[in-house]
Design a protein around this ligand. Structure first.
Ligand code: ADP
Ligand code: MG
Length: 300
C-alpha cells in the first residue's frame, strides 16, 4: 500500500475543507483525484505530503504515519504543488542541482532528470524564460530528483496549451510505469487519458472511487437531463425505481442517473404530472465518464 488515508477531516477555522475522507492507493497505481474547484483536492495533497496537518484522522505513506515522521515521508514522496513555485532567476540546471543538494541526491540525477523530462534543449535557460509547459517539466524534474516512490501532482496540466498538454500527459504516463502517481485535475478527459483509477471528491467528501475502465464501462447507465418549470423534491425523484442518483443543477434543472434497463422517462413524466409540474425539456444520453462526473458534482 502506498497511500492510506483514513477518516481525514480538515478544518480551516470554521470551514470544513475535508470531511471524513478515506481511500487507499496501491503501489504502481496512477490515480486521478478529480473534483471541481474548492472540492478539497489541494488540501488533501498538502496533508499527504506533510505540508499541513489534518484536524483528525490518519495518513500513512508507504506505511509511515505522516504526522509521526513527516521527514521520512518527504523522502518517499515527490510533490508538484498547484502553483509550482520555482526560482525564476535560476537556470534550469542550477536549480535542479540545488534541489538535488537539498535532498542529498547525487549530481548525476540532475542530468538524468533533465533527459527524462525532455528539458535538454532548455536546460541552459533561466526558469523565468521558459514556457509554462517547460516550467511544468522543471516542476516534475524537481519532484522526482530524489527518486521517490510516490508522486503527488497537483493539477500538473492546468494552464498548458493543447500540445503541451499532450506532452505532459505522455510524460506522466511514462512516470506512472515506475511509480505510484496521484494527480489532481478538474478535467475528466485527463483521467481517461492517464489514470488507472479515479477518485471523485466533491465538497470535501469522496463521491466515487472506481477503476477508470469501470467508470467508462458504466454499461447500462443513462443520464436523463430534465428541466421542470420549478424545483421539485430531489429525494422524491430518487425514489423512482431505476434512478441511481439525482443532481440538482439549478432552478428546475436536474441530472438523473438511471439504469438503462428500466426506462425511467415515463415515470419521470408521471412524477411531473403527479406533482403538478411541467417538463420544459428533457433528453436522455448514454452516460459517459464526463456525464457521470457532472451528475456527481452538479457541474454544468
Ligand atoms: P481544490 O484544490 O479542490 O480546488 P482546496 O483544497 O484548495 O480545493 O480548497 C478546499 C476548500 O478549503 C475551499 O473552500 C477553500 O476555499 C478552502 N481553503 C483552502 N485553503 C484554505 C486556507 N488556507 N484557509 C482557509 N480556507 C482554505
Ligand atoms: Mg487545488
Amino acid at each position: 500500500m502506498s497511500i492510506h488515508v483514513s477518516n481525514v477531516t480538515k478544518l480551516y477555522g470554521e470551514q470544513k475543507a475535508l470531511n471524513e475522507v478515506s481511500f487507499k492507493v496501491n503501489s504502481g497505481e496512477v490515480i486521478g483525484f478529480l473534483g471541481p474547484n474548492g472540492a478539497g483536492k489541494s488540501t488533501m495533497m498538502k496533508i499527504i505530503t506533510g505540508y499541513i496537518p489534518q484536524s483528525s484522522g490518519t495518513v500513512e505513506v508507504c506505511g509511515i504515519d505522516v504526522r509521526e515522521d513527516s521527514l521520512a515521508v518527504r523522502k518517499k514522496v515527490g510533490y508538484l504543488p498547484e502553483h509550482n513555485p520555482l526560482y525564476t532567476d535560476m537556470y534550469v540546471r542550477e536549480y535542479l542541482a540545488f534541489v538535488a543538494g537539498v535532498h542529498g541526491a547525487s549530481k548525476s540525477k540532475v542530468d538524468e532528470m533533465i533527459e527524462k523530462t525532455g528539458l535538454t534543449p532548455e536546460s541552459h535557460k533561466r526558469i523565468g524564460e521558459l514556457s509554462k509547459g517547460y516550467r511544468q517539466r522543471v516542476g516534475l524534474a524537481q519532484a522526482m530528483i530524489h527518486d521517490p516512490e510516490v508522486l503527488i501532482l497537483d493539477e500538473p496540466t492546468t494552464g498548458l496549451d493543447p500540445n503541451q498538454l499532450v506532452d505532459i500527459r505522455k510524460l506522466i504516463r511514462e512516470i506512472g510505469k515506475e511509480k505510484t502517481v496521484m494527480l489532481s485535475t478538474h478535467i475528466m478527459q485527463e483521467v481517461e487519458a492517464v489514470c488507472d483509477r479515479v477518485i471523485i471528491i466533491n465538497k470535501g467528501e469522496i463521491a466515487t472511487d472506481k477503476k477508470t475502465t469501470e467508470m467508462q464501462g458504466s454499461e447500462g447507465t443513462v443520464i436523463l437531463n430534465v428541466e421542470f418549470d420549478e424545483p421539485v423534491s430531489a429525494s422524491a425523484l430518487k425514489k423512482i425505481a431505476g434512478v441511481k442518483r439525482v443532481q440538482h443543477v439549478e432552478g428546475g434543472h436536474y441530472l438523473i442517473e438511471a439504469s438503462e434497463a428500466r426506462d425511467v422517462r415515463s415515470d419521470v413524466f408521471k412524477f411531473a404530472v403527479d406533482h403538478g409540474r411541467f417538463i420544459l425539456q428533457s433528453h436522455q444520453e448514454k452516460a459517459k465518464l464526463e456525464d457521470i462526473f457532472r451528475s456527481i458534482t452538479g457541474q454544468k
